[in-house]
Design a protein around this ligand. Structure first.
Ligand code: CA
Length: 212
């Protein structure tokens, strides 16, 4: 009798191990990285490519933690008409890791992550023959903020580097800067790079021609 019970226990463990090795849910967060502006275009958080195997039952619930702080911020289900695709507008600049949790109809789940870079949206204020004022949204993220870098170039699509750097601004609340000493009747390309603890993010590139 004792031997029979032991045999059953061993078979049970083999079945459990088989499920862990060959079946389950695979969460797929796509696209893996993307860049969106602050208070602008929503990031697309697409978990619809997630799937279950052995048995291949449907995925019935998707949950997202928008900044991977351990709390899921939004959940949708097939019962509620969800399709596994969510959108998120960020109101803080920075680099965010989004966690997706996909759960199937028999309560198995998996997680995957994607990176969303939220860049500054730069616009222009006053323009003269020798200067241009830049304005941008507050990064509003003291947990990550390191500095703003103002860059200028006469080459469209330039990559910000030491040569294009105009100034560093280390006060997060500062959201404008006037670039001076420019040549009249010249087209300039301007960016404000947001540097955060996890890396740096280029802004949009602003094109402005100085007056004569
Ligand atoms: Ca969260």
């Amino acid at each position: 009798m004792k031997r029979a019970l032991l045999g059953f226990a061993v078979v049970g463990w083999i079945v459990l191990l088989g499920q862990a090795a060959y079946g389950g849910v695979t969460a797929v967060a796509a696209p893996s990285t993307q860049t969106v502006p602050i208070n602008g275009t929503a990031a697309t958080l697409n978990g619809s490519g997630s799937y279950a195997t052995n048995p291949p039952v449907p995925i019935t619930q998707w949950s997202w933690d928008f900044e991977s702080d351990g709390t899921y911020d939004y959940t949708e289900t097939t019962l509620g008409g969800g399709d596994g695709i969510a959108y998120k507008v960020y109101d803080k600049g920075g680099i965010f890791t989004v966690t997706l949790k996909a759960t199937d109809s028999i309560s198995r789940y998996d997680t995957d992550t994607q990176e969303v870079k939220v860049r500054l949206a730069v616009s222009s204020g006053e323009l003269t023959g020798k200067s241009v004022q830049l304005l941008w949204e507050n990064a509003n993220n003291s947990a990550q903020f390191t500095r703003y870098e103002v860059h200028k170039s006469t080459t469209q699509g330039f990559t910000p580097d030491a040569n294009s750097l105009v100034t560093n601004i280390t006060t997060m609340a500062t959201t404008s800067y006037t670039v001076t000493g420019l040549t009249p009747k010249t087209t300039y390309y301007l960016q404000v790079v947001l540097v955060v603890s996890g890396g740096s993010i280029q802004s949009n590139e602003l094109q402005r021609a100085t007056g004569g």
